[in-house]
Design a protein around this ligand. Sequence first.
Ligand code: JCF
Length: 687
Amino acid sequence: MSSTTDELSQQPLANIQEKLESLRTEIHQHNYQYYALDNPSIPDAEYDRLLRELQSIEAAFPDLVTSDSPSQRVGSEPLSAFSQVTHILPMLSLDNAFNDEELSEFNRRIVDRLDKDSDFVIEYACEPKLDGIAVSLIYRHGLLDLGATRGDGTTGEDITLNVRTIGSIPLKLQGEGFPDVLEVRGEIYMPKASFDQLNEQAKEKDEKVFVNPRNAAAGSLRQLDPRITAQRALEMCAYSVGFVEGGTVPESHTDILYALSSWGFRINQEMTKVQGVQACSEYFSQLSQKRDSLPYDIDGIVFKVNNMQLQQELGFVSRAPRWAIAMKFPAQEEITQLLDVEFQVGRTGTITPVARLQPVFVGGVTVSNATLHNSDEVDRLGVRIGDSVVIRRAGDVIPKVVSVVESRRPSGAKPVVFPQQCPVCESPVVRIEGEAAIRCTGGLICAAQVKEAIKHYVSRKAMDVDGLGDKLVEQLVDGEHIQSVADLYDLQQDQLAAMERMGEKSASNLLKALEASKQTQLARFIFALGIREVGEATARNLANYFGDLPGLMQANAEELQKINDVGPVVADFIVDFFGEERNRQMIQTLQEKGVSWPVIEVEIRIQPLEGLTYVLTGTLQKLNRNQAKEHLQALGATVAGSVSKKTHCVIAGENAGSKLSKAESLGINILHEDDLIELLTSHGVDV
Ligand code: JCF
């Protein structure tokens, strides 16, 4: 039970002191578990309760508030300006390497300089280079005294009040053995997920969005009002020690980082040490593979001579240490010119502005188009044709225009004008209330919509017609050979053979493929219809629920919403689709031409795995985790994140870890990926 402040006020001050201290120690410990180790030891609600208890006692006894109290992270009163801080030791930058050759040269220079034989093996510490803001933190007798930005390396800005709001920065060092004065250096960054969330919120409120996580971190840290910083999900990862007085730190870089971890800092989980430069290059390749799946942005890998004695011998050249190098990944952002904006009509009539760009190499590929989404986005960017624009391509995400370099705007830059008529069929364009998108009203008289609908219908995950590519669909529609998906089944050998880049053989293969595609699955057919917002997974859920088409065609919005994934918006799209006479007519025509599927047995659609809890762990090779989860859910199973006595079965992929051992110890059924596939297939799931 927590004591109320009323009860406390009856007690001697010494008891209250003691209570405060124990609460603070406990909360510091949970902070460390949560922020530094990413391994929370108590639920969030319990943590909040402890913090509130501390706050209420402190509110009743303001004289007992200390500056290292965990309550002091909410942000203090705004400043009018940041003051300048001169770093005790300059904060250096790192030299860069852009390929293996430059990395080898770095190693060779070191070996030479240390006067070793050319085959001498150096031990290197390796870690990802976080793309954030470098900071210096000074601790005196274990208490955070000063936080400063790197600035120009010699002087930075005093951001103490802001860094105090960041959970992974200890206000007070824990453990023992730290020097009297300790400078910790690290990178403050915003995790990708927090960045996306922040921008979502900003968009909703019509506020400025940040271009990338690094800018968001910088913007959040540069707030004169620390209460704003406190609301931003920033983290710090420690990467080295600077000034030290009244004590010592370990003799290798990796051991220094482990010491920092024991004193309460977050260090990078990927950090490791390797022998020799060849191993550095292997580490680089491994991390390149992993880059997109890390929860934060990195722009390269830092390699450091691990032995501090050797670091000292090597020393510095001008502004960078000789003992470290940053090997860079391909840039994820580049500047290029916006040549034009074209308007593309999608399957459901949505008209999307597409940026035609001067081709630019970014994120590992050459990009010449990028979506501009809709008119809101164009307004937000304030982009004009002819502008220099910043393109970002992170991971497998489609490239986007993130900002305009206004200072480089040429005099002839032209505004982007949205069409009043469909650029393909000239039907009027409407902007649906509450939506940013504009839409062509032409429906099936619009060749663009017809083409997209047919491309979708024949695509691999829909009817899977082999040998009917996008180009051929366009030719067939433009040549007026087909006007709808139903016409596909009337195509003739000589018609097809006469098309560009087709011959007798490919024509007859295509006819065979069309014929074969008529025997299909209900889920594929529903997906192939191209109902707005009905993707593969939703189509599968609809198929499993209704078993056949008539039930689905007659369902009302209320019934549809009982199905996994189907909310009010999708339900309305489905009802509208089947409410249209010409869609019902088309379905009938397709069935008359032979399109059919096995009806799903009623027993199967009463959710055979209902009431059973499955847990997925490890890496699956054939299915991805989400697919496996959706398949299980469609059969009625609950998919949980952790193993307990209630777990019916654990699906163990490769390198399964603690969840698997826990399942073993509890005697829970364990299935491997092939068993899962067999289970799913036996219940009629098409995997
Ligand atoms: O993660 C970083 N951005 C990072 C920057 C990591 C390091 O180990 C660094 C650094 C900048 C300078 N080390 C130095 C010496």
